[in-house]
Design a protein around this ligand. Sequence first.
Ligand code: NIG
Ligand code: FE
Length: 410
Amino acid sequence: MKRTLISNIGMLATPTGTSARRGEEQGRITVLRDAWVLIEDGVIAGVGTGAADASLVRGAERIDAHGQLVTPGLVDAHTHLIFGGWRQNELGLKLHGASYLEIQNAGGGIQSTTNATRGATEEALAAKAEKALDEMLRFGTTTCEAKSGYGLATEHELKALRVIRDLDQRHPIDLVATFMGAHLVPAEYRQNRSEYVRLVCEEMMPLVREQGIAQFCDVFCEADTFTVEESRRILEAGLKYGLRPKIHADEIEAIGGSTLAGELGAISAEHLIVCPPEGIASLAKGGVIACLLPATSFNLGAAFAPARAMIAAGVPVAMATDFNPGSCPCLNMQFVINLGCLKYRLTPEEVLTAVTLNGAAAIDRADRVGSVEVGKLGDLVIWDAPDLDYICYRVGSNLARSVIKKGRIV
Ligand code: NIG
Ligand code: FE
């Protein structure tokens, strides 16, 4: 048995439990001083304070936290990890006033990344995503959701999901796959939208199910992409194939995506930048986790989602990067932490829950990760920081000193 003891922890900060925390509970975390964590065969076997019992310590590899902060490994519950090319050319267009939807409608945006993704081999997509995962790991991410959605054709959507499955097997970060064939109606179906929706539901989904390569189904419910009715049809079809619904809702225009999320009991709704009060009420009623993406608001120069109103309404808030080549070329969860405090006005404790346990719950992994508790995976970050406030307040540095995945420094 491989045993690792992390000792000399100045502050251990963690939410607790195996489900999302909402309302005031989101800000109630456990803080231990002078703590230690014992990991056996990759799983947390003990947590305590003061000197660890000699019998626990015997034979264990020791990791000294040097009196610093330790938290659970970060969970990035929303990324578009698999794509060809980048879109730095859109920066100039944006600076000259073009909006996200204008760039998209002019053939840029998701369609241009789709063209690049279709042209890329599985090996090339994997190598590119692996480089991104290496960087995410260095910033403290130990579990990550990844969506398809730049293939927009059966062959290429399945290709992206296979890349995710293979990377999950060979990279230290655990990956959770989401099928997002409904990211955009691709150019060749623009005149025949319903045929594309049919293709997603009747051709792609059965194959995704048969190959067992995704757990969730996501749709970009937005003006000029998928209507509420199309989104409902797609997510209901997903349910039939065992894919739990997620939905990009209220990112640019509030067309009813958050209300739909509540009605369907989606596991999470994403973005929610312009989520109206009735949308928040629907999320609360449906038990939907709000997966907020503040680095996207930052990159789009958009407003920030009404996170405080969501917490007040009892909606659990998670936060993630939304890493993608267009609206958010950022894979750093530490920047998300900064924005959570400064732009959403969440407390450091609420933010910690958002980027660990609630993120884990948004991808149905809260039984395994998201907190430092006996029985969960030994996924932790030792920070170059004395306390939780410090990582929320410092901006622009990488403060992750050691990232530990299943008990090993990675
Ligand atoms: O979550 N909004 C839809 N999808 C991504 C953006 C994709 C892109 O611009 O390539 C998002 O922001
Ligand atoms: Fe997204």
